[in-house]
Design a protein around this ligand. Sequence first.
Ligand SMILES: Cc1cc2nc3c(=O)[nH]c(=O)nc-3n(C[C@H](O)[C@H](O)[C@H](O)COP(=O)(O)OP(=O)(O)OC[C@H]3O[C@@H](n4cnc5c(N)ncnc54)[C@H](O)[C@@H]3O)c2cc1C
Length: 315
Amino acid sequence: MRFLVYSEDIDVELELVSAALKSQGSQVSIALVGDEDPKENSKTLSVAGVSSIFQIQDPALKDFLAEPVTSALEQISLEAKPDFVLIGATKRGKEVAPKLAVRLKLGCITDAQNLRFEDGHATADRVVWGGNATSTVSSKSGAVITIAPKANERAAGSSQPDVRVLNFETKTRSSKVVGKKAKDSAEVDIKNAQAVVSAGRGFKKKEDLILLNDLAGILHAAIGASRPLTSDLGWMPESRQVGLSGSTVKPKLYVAVGISGQIQHLTGMRDSKLIVAINNDKNAPIFQECDYGVVGDLYQVVPALTKALRAKTGR
Ligand SMILES: Cc1cc2nc3c(=O)[nH]c(=O)nc-3n(C[C@H](O)[C@H](O)[C@H](O)COP(=O)(O)OP(=O)(O)OC[C@H]3O[C@@H](n4cnc5c(N)ncnc54)[C@H](O)[C@@H]3O)c2cc1C
């Protein structure tokens, strides 16, 4: 089976290569699309199992507008002739995937989990109904499939793929960038943090989050949150939200403080290596998912834990 993988994030692209290589006898091509010189990225992506890299570099691809990026991927697909196109389920990837599927007249499976390929079609599980159910879907034949970042290990090793440079043929576009706003510099990239300490609705007031700052400081952890604290209460920016409608994290350590463990939150953190939960309800679902659980009042447990860690680490 022939695969074409694409993400604007090179690490995710490496993860997608791993996903494609799980299928026996797969032939994997990579799409590199943008306005910058792709040489360096091309080197990084020359990992074991990759047979071709298709590059399109063009000023029209600046600013990542879904329309020209889709056109570039369509052009590459016509050359690479993939059975399946795997796209990283980032915000940008989710915008491009269905557009590309329409152009290629293929089905589209978004947020695929537990992906498997058999007899020329793909089958995947998808979390549906706000995380309350899982549906299993199969493509009739080839498909465009999006896969969440961190769902697979990054592919490694080295290869000498055939590098094909294409001229971008579609210059027209109906949308343009009219302004840009810098991200809040205080924003932290929770997706790549080695440790994440997350706050939930167990916190009574925004000011109380200071307790979490101290703990996170000692653990060198990024601070995350459940949805009530971001979207509902606005105590933290949405970039810190972990879960179905937030970020998927896979740190070495995840500490859930005052978080009940609803499926929509678990979806974003359950693949963390070590999960610690602090909750005063011994029946909270989070205790079904954690490696270590502390049943207790966070207002007592967190300061005590912080003090003990400070004494042990001297930080
Ligand atoms: C389509 C959809 C998408 C969603 N996406 C997300 C998402 O991306 N991320 C997300 O997090 N949620 C998401 N949700 C919301 C999700 O369903 C839950 O409502 C949310 O995760 C609950 O957050 P929580 O655990 O902080 O709050 P709660 O469920 O209210 O839990 C608070 C917990 O704190 C404990 N607690 C209370 N006081 C203390 C104390 N003093 N000490 C210790 N523990 C205490 C309680 O026992 C309780 O278990 C989504 C929902 C929908 C429908």
